[in-house]
Design a protein. Structure first.
Length: 723
């Protein structure tokens, strides 16, 4: 068994997706709250079909190349392979689970039959029928009726294939309900507890989806819906209102309105999409792209790809690879702090009550972007704070701003980005006279009632008048894109810009270089390279070659004077060098029975100007977690306990396996790093209270990234916090 990360069920705020990698013999486990791979599990050879039972506790994986079926415990991510050899047979491919989880059924392409299994064992029950064509896709409706597709292949076009077959419990009698050309995937509407049921088959040979309904005229009702080239996988939304079909030949996903049997949107995804599954929150669909080794995450309402996740080689995932229906409120979590996500457990459908500030879209008006105040007078050594303001933000989902300032008059001091929780923010002010700011709100609009994007603080360093303007600047390879590009869903828009004029009065500050009494102070940010030798007689308490009078951290050696946030305090002695975004924290004290079963789990992201900064583990990593009641938990991993992982990232595991930290570089947002923390068997008591805070330290560079989550609740002594 191969592990990238051992998940704890309580860590995940949303169901996991289990993606079979046909060429790797593995399953990629995706946390659908973070849209990141959190584990890679070794199964058998050629895994193709996969099905998560409705309760979400097990995932069944059919290994077509090794005549076996693997079972994944979704809470521990442990893998067992209890069914092998003749109990499975050569050619097993698709799998579906009964609504009560008591049975699962597997198609066999070589034996031309369907096998039924008792999930309690699991153990083999019986073979079902013999078909003249190849059984491939399979699904089970709310009453336990099994439907399968008979693909064209060995056996030709006999009287019972190719086409669509219905298998009725409890005796598994079957009949061919319609003829087809080369059908692949299959899905059934109706929800967790029944309702109106229709069966949909993806027919590759007809480039269409065929619907079958016994209750509509003419009886039974069949209708062909044209989709893309070579349709393969089919999934239905939890409320049975939408159908999702992957088109392998055209690299698209068709979205079909069930009420009208009409395609309402076509979304470009990855190469050769095959498996598709709907998230129980009803807002997202996950597509396994076998030709590109990725999973596309599709926002249903926007009909667009919002994330692309790298997985293994040739991901297939034919079947329901995400828990199909909600059973708890946690299944419905959509990652937004401004929504209340609850589960209608009776129908297995999520309900979302939103308080998100989403403005009504308006036609592409010109945006007025300004700095406020537009004019100010300060003295040398004094500071001024400018607000970066947008008058109208409706429809905008991306901002890239360039700000230029006169570095001979002003020195950049600090900046605070004022963005909603659903936006990704990144800034770079490492270059004198240049600032780049990038704001991306991929799934939501930037709210019109939150117009101040940033507050920027400058210090006067020499008399004069400094202009602060908007300009087209490029900040190098730091991860911030080219500035001065504002875009929304409809393309470019005009932007009226107003800068600021800052007058600095007073004489030049007292020189700090005792060897050159006539020198003027022209530095704009603390030096980022090795300084000159310490002047003779100058005090140098830490012996780093920088005199105390010019040292941004005189008590600790820091010859390069690194200062990531440019606040005047060197990284080695600054406890807060950069922001750490905390999406979720769970802290559970030890129980009365066991004084060592406390636990801290958390996840979030941060931004770094360069990969070597974001993934620096040269001397190890450290994390400090605390709450509002005085709890402080400190963890540390040596460099030897950290290793690189595929796709760009780090995995740090303590020698006893109880402390785990995983950091992954985002493929979609360069410069962004997702992190997940899990520390178990801790000894600390309660009561606990919010807010919860975390600090992540790169020990070699002394970079401390600090963040907190203040939206907290306590349930059964466990503290849970979100932003």
């Amino acid at each position: 068994m191969s592990w990238l990360y051992l998940a704890d069920a309580e860590v995940w705020a949303a169901p996991l997706a289990f993606v079979t990698n046909f060429a790797d013999g593995t399953v990629s486990v995706i946390d659908t709250a973070a849209d990141a791979v959190v584990a890679t599990l070794a199964v058998g050879s050629g895994p193709a079909g996969v099905a998560v039972e409705p309760a979400g506790t097990r995932a069944y994986v059919v290994n077509s190349g090794s005549q076996s079926i693997s079972v994944i415990d979704t809470s521990t991510l442990s893998v067992s392979t209890p069914l092998q050899g003749t109990a499975v047979g050569n050619g097993a491919f698709g799998v579906a689970v009964s609504p009560d989880g008591s049975q699962f059924h597997v198609t066999n392409r070589v034996a031309d039959t369907v096998f039924a299994y008792d999930a309690a064992g699991p153990s083999f029950l019986q073979g079902i029928g013999y078909f003249a064509s190849v059984p491939l896709g399979i699904a089970v409706d709310a009453e336990g009726v099994v439907y399968a597709t008979l693909h064209s292949g060995p056996g030709g076009s006999g009287t019972n294939g190719p086409g669509y077959v219905k298998i009725d419990p409890p005796d598994f009698g079957w009949n061919l309900i319609a003829r087809g050309t080369s059908p692949n995937g299959i899905a059934v509407t109706g929800g967790a507890t029944g309702g109106h049921r229709q069966v949909y088959f993806a027919d590759e040979g007809a480039n269409a989806v065929v619907t079958y309904d016994t209750t509509r005229y003419p009886y039974p009702y069949t209708h062909s819906i044209a989709v893309g080239s070579q349709p393969y996988g089919v999934a239905v939304s939890p409320d049975s209102s939408r159908l999702y079909v992957t088109n392998t030949g055209s690299n698209t996903l068709s979205i079909i309105d069930v009420a009208s049997d009409a395609v309402v949107a076509t979304v470009a995804v990855g190469a050769q999409p095959r498996g598709v599954a709907a998230h129980p929150d009803g807002r997202r669909v996950y597509v396994a792209n076998s030709g590109s080794g990725t999973v596309s995450v599709v926002d249903v309402s926007a009909a667009s790809v919002v994330a692309t996740i790298a997985v293994g080689s040739s991901p297939w995932s034919l079947g329901q690879f995400i828990k199909p229906f909600c059973t708890t409120d946690a299944d419905c979590y959509d990652g937004l702090s401004c929504t209340t996500d609850t589960c209608d457990a009776q129908n297995g459908v999520c309900q979302h009550t939103s308080t998100c500030a989403t403005p009504t879209p308006t036609p592409m008006p010109a945006r007025n972007v300004s700095l406020n105040p537009a004019a100010a007078t300060i003295g040398v050594g004094d500071t001024v704070t400018l607000n970066l303001h947008i008058d109208d933000t409706s429809e905008i989902v991306q901002y890239y701003f360039g700000v230029a300032y006169d570095a001979t008059v002003l020195a950049y001091q600090s900046m605070v980005l004022n963005t909603p929780s659903w936006c990704m923010a990144q800034a770079n002010a490492a270059y004198a006279g240049k600032i780049c700011i990038a704001i991306q709100c991929s799934n939501h609009l930037y709210p019109a009632n939150n117009p101040d994007l940033a507050t920027i603080q400058f210090q006067g360093i020499a008399p004069g008048v400094a202009s602060v303007t908007f300009a087209g600047l490029y900040c190098g390879t730091t991860g911030v894109p080219a500035c001065d590009l504002q875009a929304d869903g409809g393309g470019l828009f005009t932007c009226n810009r107003t800068g600021a004029s800052i007058q600095v009065t007073g004489g030049a500050p007292t020189p700090t270089n005792t060897e050159s009494p006539t020198a003027t102070h022209t530095a704009t940010v603390p030096p980022q390279s090795t300084p000159t030798e310490t002047p003779a007689g100058a005090a140098d308490s830490d012996g780093d070659g920088v005199p105390d009078s010019a040292d941004n951290c005189p008590a600790a050696p820091n010859p390069t004077q690194q200062d990531l946030d440019s606040d005047g305090a060197g990284d080695v002695c600054d406890p807060n060098d950069a922001a750490l975004v905390v999406d979720r924290v769970t802290i559970r004290p030890h129980s009365q029975r066991r004084p060592d079963d406390g636990r801290v789990t958390a996840r979030g992201y941060y931004m770094a100007p360069a990969p070597q900064d974001g993934l620096d583990a040269g001397a190890g990593l450290g994390v400090v977690a605390s709450d509002g009641s005085g709890l402080t938990e400190a963890y540390q991993w040596s460099a030897a306990e950290c290793s690189s992982i595929r796709g760009g990232g780090l995995r740090c595991i303590s020698s006893d396996g109880l402390r785990r930290l995983v950091i992954r570089a985002s493929t979609r947002n360069p410069g962004t790093f997702r992190w997940t923390l899990r520390c178990t068997h801790r000894s600390f008591g309660g009561p606990l209270g919010g807010p919860a805070a975390l600090a992540l330290t790169h020990l070699s560079s002394a970079i401390d990234r600090v963040g907190s989550a203040a939206n907290c609740s306590v349930w059964h002594s466990t503290l849970r916090c979100r932003p």
